[in-house]
Design a protein around this ligand. Structure first.
Ligand SMILES: [Zn+2]
Length: 297
């Protein structure tokens, strides 16, 4: 990245359709909107293309209602390869940082590049930032729930009244306003990803839940527990069963006479297995133990 920065914020609209060629559901892009900003974070230019769908001419009612795009508008659109080559020329700067609101848009863009261009990479993205993730980190919102663009605009007090939500150009303009509002040089730098093999591997990786206790990623010690109260090693009193995407078993402490339920969930992420363990005291048994103590007194 040089000193003369170009920021591109992209937004897409697509129509879900069944594709014989893709042997399944395909998200066909029907509109591309983008804004270009320089290092002063002012909007320098915009790009807008309506794309004539070829996989399915029929818009789903969800898309029709969400975007308000008319079939007649799409009929006058360009082809996807045409629109993409125009977008590439418009971006022009190979060092540009391209952003989208969450990675869904670039996943769909990649899907369309594969389908129409037989490319496994998005040809004009060399540096990328997930603007939604960046926004949530700057605004201290955590990452467990994804927040909508409209909501963020509201929180930041950005006036978007003249903008139509869920149309690609207006959404990209709104994203640009949010970006200019929250941008901080140092934190932003940390979110810029080089679009290399690792980037695409991560993007396409689907996190899964391990359901086989003998899986190679399972660490046996994650299935052993100690008593919260006396730190004694707990004795397992049931088999491990897998339900609600979690391994469950019952445990018992001989020292405290307490019964426990243990839960272990293992997610297989791009960077490896991530284990989440929980140990819950069974309440009635705890009361009983206290009653026993009382009678003993
Ligand atoms: Zn104990």
């Amino acid at each position: 990245m040089g000193d003369c920065m170009t920021y591109i914020i992209l937004d897409l609209e697509w129509n879900g359709a069944y594709s014989k060629r893709a042997h399944g559901y395909f998200n066909e892009i029907i509109e591309i909107g983008a804004v270009k900003m320089d290092e002063s974070l002012t909007q320098k230019d915009t790009f807008h293309a309506v794309i004539r769908p070829v996989v399915s001419r029929k818009l789903s009612s969800i898309v029709k209602n969400l975007t308000g795009i008319e079939a007649s508008e799409l009929e006058e659109g360009r082809s996807f390869p045409q629109a993409l080559s125009q977008l590439r020329k418009w971006i022009s700067d190979p060092e540009a940082v391209v952003m989208t609101w969450s990675t869904t848009d670039i996943l769909v863009l990649l899907e369309n590049c594969r389908y129409f261009l037989k490319e496994d990479r998005i040809p004009f993205i060399n540096y990328y930032v997930d603007l939604q993730a960046y926004c949530q980190s700057v605004m201290d919102m955590g990452s467990s729930q994804q927040i909508g663009l409209g909501k963020v605009g509201e929180i930041l007090g950005i006036n978007g009244e003249e903008l139509a939500m869920h149309r690609a150009l207006d959404d990209s303009i709104m994203s640009g306003k949010v970006f200019a509002h929250i941008f901080e040089q140092n934190s932003f730098r940390l979110h810029v990803k080089k679009a290399d093999d690792d980037f695409y591997g991560r993007l396409l990786f689907k996190t899964s839940i391990i359901s086989d206790i003998n899986d190679d990623h399972v660490n046996k010690s994650d299935f052993r527990f100690r008593c919260d109260a006396c730190n004694r090693r707990l004795r397992r009193t049931s088999k491990w069963v897998f339900r609600s995407r979690t391994f469950c078993a019952e445990f018992f402490c001989r020292g405290c006479n307490r019964k426990y339920s243990a839960r272990v969930q293992i997610k297989l992420k791009y960077d490896g297995a991530q284990t989440n363990r929980k140990l819950i005291v069974q309440p009635e048994e705890q009361d009983k133990a206290q009653d026993n103590e009382k009678t003993a007194e």
